[in-house]
Design a protein around this ligand. Structure first.
Ligand SMILES: *Cc1c(COP(=O)(O)O)cnc(C)c1O
Length: 401
């Protein structure tokens, strides 16, 4: 039986996925495809990976019963606290896994792309830890906008390479990273930051993030006497935190999956990143996915208040979950995400990342039963977003909190 979490031999999830890559990368990607599962599932990899997740990242992340939020929304709400991880989000789980894989495959140089800088920081962190040279491609506009993360990467010893082509944002940084990979296919490992890119990346990243749902299972068993929730909610940019939180539940129909994508100023405007709802099928970064594009296939620059969600497409796993109806997708607008961020802050004393705030903004749109167990993945912490939050604090309706 074909299941939601498994790809076929060629990396397809329904009609999404695959590996559309230039000829020069064929051998490199084929080597990775042949080796990644064997390495990841080996005892020695698992030992080193799990040890780092525990002692370096700080896992398991708590599954926190949010009492005041539960009261407000009439359900039992648990927050999966990925915000407490080292470097402040879930991305480190994946970066550590891929860096360990790179070393085992004999690669001596790491490249990565980054938009807001979160994946770049996670990669630079892991490269410092493992003594690997690291170059991070970043759009020149993002280098300006995300100066603190650029300085963090440089302090960690990574070379940040500003990309001046195109719109000087994430898409252009990714193109440049792929170009670099094409020039150095044998010694360089490309650490991709989400469940995007050519097969086997989406599957590999989902597996490296699946520790999130593995923990949810035993944590819920301990707290509720059953190992599955009624609802699982996560935000989706490329899809890695959602894939990780949902991995072990994808084929469990008792669990309703809800994805929050970035609506920006609204799905009826041009300022949006809601590619699941508005995108059309195209090839981006080596994968067949839903993409924001013009009729003749030019990528449309996405917009969201949240830098981590303004990717012009969504990874193949979630395109398939959306299209088959396995997951319900909701577009959350900037103002709804901001309101949700202040609500969590005031009710629970947790300042979430703007990305995670999109998942939180799903709550007022749902109708729960009192006994429903709801798990919401708080993908990251809000330190990086403080200036945005403060710039909008007067727009918040404090009476609603
Ligand atoms: C990058 C990021 C996201 C979006 O990426 P996914 O791959 O969709 O998870 C979400 N939340 C935080 C905190 C991030 O840094």
């Amino acid at each position: 039986m074909k299941t939601y979490q498994q790809t076929d031999e060629n990396g397809f999830y329904g009609r999404f996925g695959g590996a559309y890559i230039p000829e020069v990368l064929y051998k490199t990607v084929e080597d990775l495809k042949q080796q990644y599962l064997t390495i990841i599932e080996s005892e020695s990899f698992q030992k080193e990976y799990c040890q780092l997740l525990r002692d370096y990242v700080g896992r398991p992340s708590p599954l926190y019963y949010a009492e005041r939020m539960s009261q407000k929304y009439g359900c039992k709400l648990y927050l999966k606290r990925e915000d407490l991880n080292h470097t402040g989000a879930h991305k480190i789980n994946n970066a550590i896994g891929q860096a360990l894989l790179a070393k085992r495959m004999g690669k001596t140089r790491i490249i990565a792309e980054t938009g807001a800088g979160q994946h770049g920081v996670a990669t630079a962190t892991v490269c410092a830890l493992m003594n690997l040279p690291c170059r991070v491609y970043m759009g020149a506009l993002d280098v300006e906008r995300q100066h603190v993360n650029v300085e963090r990467m440089r302090m960690l010893g990574a070379e940040v390479f500003p990309v001046e082509s195109g719109n000087k944002t994430l898409k252009d940084a990714t193109n440049e990273a792929i170009r670099d990979w094409c020039c150095h296919p044998s010694d360089t490992f490309y650490i991709i930051g989400s469940t995007v890119g050519p097969h086997p990346y989406p599957d590999m990243v989902a597996r490296l993030q699946s520790v999130i749902s593995a923990e949810i299972k035993y944590q819920l068993q301990e707290k509720e006497g059953r190992d599955y929730p009624d609802y699982l909610i996560a935000c989706v940019g490329g899809g890695s935190n959602a894939a990780g939180a949902m991995f072990h539940y994808l084929d469990d129909e008792r669990v309703k999956l809800v994805l929050a994508e970035a609506g920006g100023l609204g799905v009826d405007t041009t300022e949006t990143a809601a590619s699941l709802q508005l995108g059309s099928v195209g090839i981006l970064h080596g994968s067949r996915i839903k993409v924001m594009q013009t009729d003749d296939g030019q990528i449309v620059e996405p917009y969201s208040i949240s830098a981590g969600l303004d990717y012009p497409g969504t990874g193949p796993i979630h395109c398939n979950l959306h299209e088959t109806g396995r997951a319900k997708t909701v577009a959350i607008n900037d103002n709804e995400a901001l309101q949700a961020a202040f609500e969590l802050t005031r009710l629970e004393g947790i300042i979430p990342a703007l990305e995670s705030s999109h998942a939180l903004a799903i709550l007022p749109k749902m109708k729960f039963k009192k006994d429903d167990i709801v798990v919401l993945n708080v993908s990251g912490r809000g330190d990086k977003d403080l200036s945005t939050y403060l710039a909008h604090k007067d727009e918040i309706d404090y009476g609603k909190i």
